[in-house]
Design a protein around this ligand. Sequence first.
Ligand code: COA
Length: 155
Amino acid sequence: MKEIVMKKADDWRKVYELYSRLSNEDLYLRFFHYYRPSEEEVRKLVTEQGDHITIIAEDEEGKVIAEGTIYDDGEFSLVVDPNFRMRGIGTAMVEKLIELGKEMGLKKIRFYTLPENIPMIKIGKKLGFKLTFTSDEVYGEKPLIVESVTSYVSS
Ligand code: COA
């Protein structure tokens, strides 16, 4: 397999190109509503990271093949280029987003998806998210900081 590089997003045009290759359904799953971001919105997402961190995966030619964003309220979302799915990239991106959540000092991180999104549900289960299913959505939540444990050592 070609080498995949995962890093903080630095070139909004390449992220825009990734979104341009996505179907409406993929964009719906990424943003949780029907939405095709404009160039200006993608530029802001990548260059104005005040309340979020956006990461990307690049193939060895520098093409952006996945994007993931975590916000300072703990919510994250991601998308992998359809031609690069089922190779573990989605799982690796969520692992990286968990690491970033810890670095951001978040107590928990969370995602929303649709009940038919099997790959995202698999990733959530595999990486220890507590999943709550309703007819309309699946909510995944993972605590990041273990609360202090009561000490039973007697004095
Ligand atoms: N049907 C069934 N299982 C699938 C699958 C499919 N179409 N695609 C992937 N999987 C499985 C993989 O085999 C793997 O299973 P395992 O953990 O048992 O090995 C698991 O799902 C994760 O696969 P992985 O290769 O790590 O993920 P990916 O790179 O294919 O990306 C998504 C997963 C969800 C990010 C990708 O499908 C995507 O971009 N979807 C559209 C946007 C989206 O849904 N974003 C999530 C928003 S929270």
